[in-house]
Design a protein around this ligand. Structure first.
Ligand SMILES: Nc1ncnc2c1ncn2[C@@H]1O[C@H](COP(=O)(O)OP(=O)(O)OP(=O)(O)O)[C@@H](O)[C@H]1O
Length: 563
């Protein structure tokens, strides 16, 4: 057994990065199945029980916690120690090794309720330790479950954690492995899209898996196609929906309903997120028991983002966006040794375009989006986590949950999909009480978005004076960007803004704006779009749109595949 002393944050992150890599790349991340879990009563240093009854009772007596603010201080740490709760000594040992001294506010607020058997809907700011908050008690549930017999062909999955993105699923599994350092009998596995289903099936068969972390689509695939998987899910005692509001919104709703139907009704369910809009409160009963507790560690409005993160917005016509971005980055790089920047773009193809352009401008850029293979995404994510003096251009696959340390600036280019997404993206900086900056870059016709974040401390920034040299450099860079990237970005841009009701209402105006975007990429004529794509977007015959000549169905399919 390893008996390392407490780990520094850096060391812990390195371990976690290694684990994330292993979880996505390895075929076999097996751990030995051992029967005894070594759990027993623990005495505190002064000979007292480590079960701090008052802590548990305090939470019980505050019922209902509904909409009550658990704690409003800006500090993300509480004064409560982990050993004040009846947790496995082996978990406590791992916590010491991880270097966690006291609980975070959300951990302190939720743990007693969870240990009492309650279902939880918990809201806490970004980067404040929600993952550990749901993993620690989940591990307790595994410990309390009788070990599966060796000849059980379909050993039960006890804890099912559902995350909206692959990166997040791997990260949660890696964090679980840190907490399970001294629980060699408990196995964690991830099932995510972008990897081969049979590989996962073999791993699920071969290696212990009391805790499964999954993305919704792939989980559904296993329910439908993996033999014995549905039986294993009938053993679930704890279901966790991480980034719950996102999982319960329309994009994932059907898969989540299917998943909920596949696990027993008799279970405990935890929903965690940094944002819980009212609509989600209305529908959370699809997953939670009626008597669930809503633990809110966030003050509405200004409290939803971190005080130490300065938030600014800039309004400028589209033709200035790339030069403004370049100027902003150059200034940030000059002012911040070891800068680490994340730029969020509206779609995968716009992300590729921006990354391509910034690369041409000799900046140290990486890109992550859904069109990249999973192995690439994992490698880049790992590199960004460890590096300094680096810029990550990304789509919303990195918006939620991803824990990159020391991000100094988050830039959001164009309209965020909603207020919640704005908060989650911004939350990639200022984690664990650190400082950070956020800049939202909008065109004048996107300014309406600001009304949805008017209660947040976001202030208008004046536009920096035009640097003609920088403008020239950007224009030159744009000429070097591949035409196919520009075409794909144009089409994706149209698709994204077509889904924004306020803008899409007037399709003629929408196409005018898209053509403005096309000009901002240095194109004098907007790219032509295949007729069937226009049909799907509902943009056939809109003035200003160019139809790709001679596209029949077959041709279009071939063309799309090559993108
Ligand atoms: N008690 C603790 N003390 C110190 N660090 C902690 C503690 N608990 C968790 N952490 C660390 O805090 C960081 C942020 O945690 P985590 O990623 O779970 O945040 P989160 O609240 O889920 O954020 P998001 O809303 O962005 O998903 C992680 O690096 C994690 O290891």
């Amino acid at each position: 057994m390893n008996s390392d002393g407490p780990k520094s944050g850096k060391k812990r992150r390195e371990i976690r990065a290694k684990l994330v890599k292993k979880l996505t790349n390895d075929e076999d991340d097996s751990v030995k199945l051992v029967k005894n879990n070594n759990r027993g009563p623990k005495r505190g240093r002064e000979g007292q029980s480590d079960v701090d009854e008052p802590l548990i009772k305090k939470a019980a007596s505050t019922k209902p916690l509904d909409a009550q603010i658990a704690k409003t201080s800006d500090s993300y740490l509480s004064k409560t120690r982990f050993d004040q709760f009846p947790l496995s000594p082996l978990s406590l040992k791992a916590i010491v090794d991880a270097g966690f001294k006291t609980m975070t506010v959300v951990q302190e607020a939720t743990l007693p309720l969870i240990l009492q058997g309650k279902d939880i809907l918990a809201k806490a700011k970004t980067g404040t330790g929600k993952t550990v908050a749901f993993l620690l008690p989940s591990i307790e549930a595994v410990i309390k479950s009788p070990p599966a017999s060796r000849d059980n062909k379909h050993p039960p999955i006890i804890v099912l954690v559902v995350c909206p993105t692959r990166e997040l699923a791997c990260q949660a599994a890696a964090e679980a492995n840190i907490l399970l350092k001294y629980h060699p009998s408990i196995g964690v596995q991830v099932v995510i899209g972008g990897t081969k289903l049979p590989t996962e099936q073999r791993r699920l068969q071969k290696s212990p898996c009391q805790i499964l972390v999954a993305t919704p689509g792939r989980l559904k695939d296993h329910i439908d196609n993996t033999s014995g998987f549905a039986t294993r899910l009938m053993g679930v005692k704890v279901l966790v929906l991480d980034e719950a509001d996102h999982l319960l919104d329309m994009g994932f709703r059907r898969e989540i309903e299917r998943i909920i139907a596949a696990v027993p009704k008799q279970r405990q369910t935890f929903l965690f997120s940094a944002t819980v809009p009212e609509e989600v409160r209305q529908i959370c009963h699809v997953a939670l028991k009626r008597d669930h507790e809503f633990v809110n560690c966030v003050q509405e409005g200004a409290g939803e983002t971190h005080q130490k993160v300065s938030q600014m917005y800039m309004i400028a016509s589209l033709d200035r966006h790339f030069s403004l971005l370049y100027g902003l980055l150059k200034k940030h790089i000059a002012d911040n040794v070891g800068y680490k920047v994340i730029i969020f773009c509206t779609t995968a193809m716009v992300t590729r375009l921006v990354a391509d352009l910034l690369g041409k401008l000799s900046l140290n850029v990486r890109e992550i989006h859904s069109r990249k293979p999973q192995s690439y995404r994992t490698r880049v994510s790992d590199e960004f986590r460890k590096s300094k003096s680096i810029i990550l251009v990304t789509s919303d696959v990195s918006a939620r949950g991803v824990d990159y340390p020391d991000v100094s600036l988050v830039v959001q280019m164009g309209l965020p999909s909603d207020r919640e997404q704005y908060i989650h993206r911004l939350g990639r900086t200022g984690r664990k009480g650190k400082e950070g900056e956020g800049v939202l870059l909008l065109a004048p016709w996107e300014e309406y978005f600001l009304s949805s974040v008017k209660d947040l401390p976001i202030t208008k920034s004046s536009l920096p004076p035009i640097d003609h040299e920088a403008v020239k450099k950007v224009q030159k860079g744009l000429i070097q960007v591949e035409m196919t990237n520009k075409e794909a970005a144009y089409q994706a841009w149209l698709g994204y803004y077509k889904s924004q009701k306020k803008i899409a209402r007037d399709t003629t105006r929408l196409v005018e704006l898209a053509n403005e975007f096309s000009r901002s990429m240095g194109l004098s004529i907007p790219p032509a779009i295949p007729i069937n794509v226009l049909g799907k977007m509902g943009l056939k015959n809109v003035p200003g749109i160019r139809v790709a000549p001679g596209f029949d169905k077959k041709h279009t399919k071939r063309n799309n595949r090559s993108r």
